[in-house]
Ligand binder design. Structure first.
Ligand code: ADP
Length: 168
């Protein structure tokens, strides 16, 4: 039986920490479905479509990956693509409690689904989408954190937002 894992996240935007987990997941499993969560309880910079496009571009050279977006419960999405594994990344200790709770909640919701968490690569320990967004918004250099096409999308998006705020 092919081992399929779902890597769920907001990816707002995708960064090297995510890409590292996708690549390592793809080496472990037959297929990884990167699942872009449509409506998180947080403010988004990029639309679902934009986040999907950036994830797609980031995964172009990886064979056994597919990109989808989803609403609702992650375990329901896993059922819909016939996956029994949720793939997650673990950074610093503060991630652990959150991931631990989510993994237990998902197990309660769906007994057949297990979470596999990969420890981040050392150089990505402090990397998160919110850090990328914050630094980029303040005009800082995020070129070591995201691929060039994400950098361009960030610059474009922030210029649009700035233009909008000037109109008010
Ligand atoms: P972020 O926390 O960057 O906003 P998401 O909410 O999209 O990202 O998280 C999706 C998954 O990617 C989560 O399991 C998260 O722990 C993991 N992840 C995020 N950043 C990193 C990183 N630097 N290294 C490893 N895993 C990460």
């Amino acid at each position: 039986m092919a081992l399929k894992a779902v890597f769920p996240g907001t990816f707002d935007p995708i960064h090297y920490g995510h890409i590292d987990i996708v690549k390592r997941g793809c080496a472990l499993f037959d297929e990884v479905v990167v699942a872009v969560y449509n409506r998180p309880l947080k403010n988004l910079l990029f639309s679902r479509h934009e986040r999907m496009q950036l994830v797609q571009e980031a995964c172009l050279t990886i064979d056994n990956v597919i990109i989808k977006s989803y609403d609702g419960l992650t375990v329901d999405f896993c059922d819909s693509v016939d996956a029994k594994i949720i793939l997650r990344g673990l950074r610093v200790f503060s991630d652990f409690e959150h991931e631990f709770r989510m993994a237990l909640a998902n197990r309660r919701l769906a007994h057949g689904i297990d979470t596999v968490s990969l420890i981040t690569s050392e150089k990505h320990t402090f990397l998160s989408s919110s850090t990328v967004r914050e630094i980029a918004t303040l005009g800082g250099d995020v070129s070591s954190m995201v691929p060039d096409f994400v950098l361009e999308a960030l610059e474009k998006k922030l210029a649009q937002d700035y233009a909008k705020s000037e109109d008010v």
